[in-house]
Ligand binder design. Structure first.
Ligand code: GLY
Length: 385
């Protein structure tokens, strides 16, 4: 991103609602370029969806029919990731553990194999570099996979980063750049008068603000004060997750693996993240027997050795789902209110591109062509009062 100084100094800082990876990264980019920025986070920064995530940077294997514009943004962000990670590590002094072994999609049965072939053909038509592997070739890459697997696809470009290390590094970088972080400071409402933002209500307090970035993830739709036509159509999509504990000196996996009913993400410290259910249950925080069983069974079918692994942690997270599974980025239709929310399953992947594009918009007033397809106003005529 070119160096830019904010051209219209305001007496109030830019206020960011939400201190997850997206809010922290936008704040960091703005503060680096001389803007005055304050983040308001309802809990502890980075402990919402950014904490719950698996950290997959799956621009290739998560490409689905009907998501052409999103696939372009995903790939742009993936390309930014290595430099983003190395700059962040340098300024924060903290690793984000970007791993580049790539991703395997595994088919266990002939039916899975037919489905995988369909996905493989579709994704290759969209320019994603993928390699079809026989069972033998897959086992050469990952010898602990189920030896009776049917086939696999290798995606050399789909990586992972440790999302929890990421938010710790972003928090430190944001503070080091001069940003102000208010934790346990829930934004109850965004105040709007005559079609423009005037401030925030933070708990009992009122804070004046002319520019507000809404980056509150699954909670974005809960913020009051906005007129009906500007309400944010984001809902929580519940995901249950498990971390198992491998021996870091002899891990069962090195690649990210997508099996038919679970994905597995091996961390360098030995944690094996297994995920994730996709449930429309609002903000239900319950871990369920069915959810945990489905993930463990899915993981065990692909990687039988998981049955020996201790369980390290189980948790629930809330993906910010939008109506078309794509994020809302940029001006909202209310003067001074900018959206950076609705990242659904790709928040960690989309962090660098979102930070670049939204910060650039805030500094220049120009909507980059890469951000235009994700205008929050695309839902405006469909919003119900
Ligand atoms: N991106 C992984 C998930 O949403 O479960």
């Amino acid at each position: 991103m070119p160096d830019q100084i904010i051209t219209k100094p305001s007496s109030n800082p830019i206020a960011i609602v939400g201190g997850g990876a997206i809010g922290l990264a936008i704040g960091w980019r703005l503060a680096q370029r001389g803007a005055s920025v304050a983040i308001y986070e309802r809990g502890e920064a980075g402990h919402g969806a950014s904490w719950a995530a698996a950290g997959m940077l799956a621009a290739g294997v998560e490409t689905e029919p009907g998501e052409a514009a999103l696939a372009v943004l995903n790939r742009r962000s993936l390309a930014l990731w290595p430099e983003f990670a190395s700059e962040l590590e340098q300024v924060s002094g903290l690793s984000v553990d970007l791993r580049r072994e790539g991703t395997l999609m595994v088919a266990l049965t002939r039916d899975d194999s037919a489905q995988l072939r369909f996905t493989y053909d579709f994704q290759r038509e969209h320019g994603i570099a993928l390699e079809w592997l026989s069972a033998r070739q897959a086992l050469e890459r990952e010898p602990r996979l189920n030896p009776s697997l049917a086939a696999a696809v290798y995606s050399p470009g789909d990586h992972q980063a440790d999302n929890r290390m990421l938010v710790r590094a972003l928090k430190r970088a944001f503070l080091a750049a001069g940003g102000a972080l208010h934790e346990h400071a829930p934004v109850i409402a965004i105040d709007v008068a005559a079609g423009r933002v005037t401030g925030l209500r933070v708990g009992e307090a009122r804070v004046a603000a002319e520019t507000v970035v809404l980056a509150a993830g699954a909670w974005s739709g809960e913020i009051g004060g906005l007129p009906a036509e500007a309400r944010v159509p984001v809902r929580p999509v519940k995901g249950q997750m498990i971390a198992l504990k491998m021996d870091p000196a002899a891990p069962l996996l090195r690649h990210v693996v997508w099996a038919p009913r679970a994905y597995m993400v091996p961390r360098r410290d030995g944690r094996l993240i297994v995920g994730g259910t996709v449930e429309e249950k609002g903000f239900d925080t319950a871990l369920t027997a069915g959810g945990v069983f489905a993930m463990l069974e899915g993981a065990w079918r692909a990687l039988p050795g998981v049955e020996e692994l201790p369980i390290d942690e189980m948790w629930v997270g809330f993906r910010p789902g939008s109506r078309d599974d794509a994020p809302m980025l940029g001006p909202s239709g209310i003067a001074g209110l900018v959206h950076a929310t609705g990242h659904y399953r790709n928040g960690i992947l989309l962090t660098p591109a979102t930070a670049e594009l939204v910060a650039q918009y805030l500094l220049s007033g120009e909507v980059d062509a890469a951000m235009a397809p994700f205008a929050p106003t695309r839902f405006a005529s469909k919003v119900q009062a």
